[in-house]
Design a protein. Structure first.
Length: 280
């Protein structure tokens, strides 16, 4: 599950701009694979992102839309969402490609309340049928091209029962970033203490809807640790088109987990799509 710091996509501090014509592919992060994020962030994921949401509000919302279950979370990661959701009494399946993330989940879930599937969130989604499939904050953007994202939404829709729901939560990218169409490089300080410094180095290509970077962690005891990440983000309108092509309709959209109205100023969307109920 990718939780890209909001500063990367919403408040970009421009350090250097490069015209991308003929150069964009040369600057892609060499060696980045589907399991790179999990291997790089599993040991700090809960520390860095455990308080990302009001988890109580999120679990209550998901439990409401899950009806009687079962539920499947794509990109389950360390179980930050799946474990407390299972504690409500729902049957929960979590899928993730990262061995490191799933080891963390297993350690946090000794009773195995979450059924775990190690696999790809496009092609390895269990058959279901599910009453709710969850793609939590920015997780869809882990898939690095629009076709993969559309395939994920299509395959998820196929595994919903009639009347089932797909929950997608993510950032709303700004469309008027200064320097739109250029490659934007950024270096910021994420954390600074007497024994640790974490720098965020990122490269954002608005025209391609991609962003990638490294958290570079310096510690007196451990030396240097690199934590790479890479996303291809989509707008709510693009996600709506993916869902529509998969036979789903938008049932709800809010700007936050407290169900605030979604407006043109929103920087986040919480979207619930529903599969037609053919039994009624």
């Amino acid at each position: 599950m990718v939780e890209v710091d909001q500063i990367v996509l919403h408040h970009v501090k421009v350090r250097r701009q490069i015209n991308p014509v003929g150069l964009a592919r040369l600057h892609e992060m060499d060696g980045y694979r589907a399991d790179t994020y999990g291997a790089s962030f599993a040991d700090v994921y809960d520390e860095w992102y455990g308080d990302l949401d009001d988890l109580g509000d999120l679990i209550a919302m998901l439990a409401e839309f899950a009806d009687t279950g079962p539920v499947c979370e794509l990109g389950v990661g360390t179980g930050r969402i799946a474990i407390p959701l299972a504690a409500t009494g729902l049957s929960v399946v979590g899928i993730d490609s990262s061995t490191a993330m799933l080891e963390r989940l297993a350690g946090a879930d000794p009773s195995a309340s979450v059924e775990v599937v190690q696999g790809d969130m496009v092609d390895d989604i269990p058959a279901g049928p599910f009453s709710l499939i969850v793609i939590a904050f920015n997780t869809l953007f882990n898939l690095n091209d629009a076709d993969q994202q559309a395939a994920c939404v299509k395959n998820a829709a196929a595994r919903l029962r009639p009347g089932g729901r797909l929950f997608i939560d993510g950032i709303v990218p700004e469309s008027t970033i200064a320097g739109y169409g250029l490659t934007i490089d950024d270096v910021t300080v994420r954390d600074l203490s007497v024994d640790r410094v974490i720098l965020s180095v990122s490269r954002h290509r608005p025209a391609e809807q991609t962003a990638e970077g490294q958290f570079i962690e310096f510690t007196e005891a451990g030396g240097i640790r690199l934590r790479p990440w890479s996303v291809r983000y989509s707008t709510p309108e693009q996600i709506d088109a993916m869902a529509g092509a998969a036979g789903l309709h938008l049932e709800h959209r809010w700007c936050d987990l407290q169900r605030g109205a979604f407006t043109g100023e929103a920087r986040r969307h919480v979207s619930v799509f529903r599969k037609p109920d053919t039994s009624s």
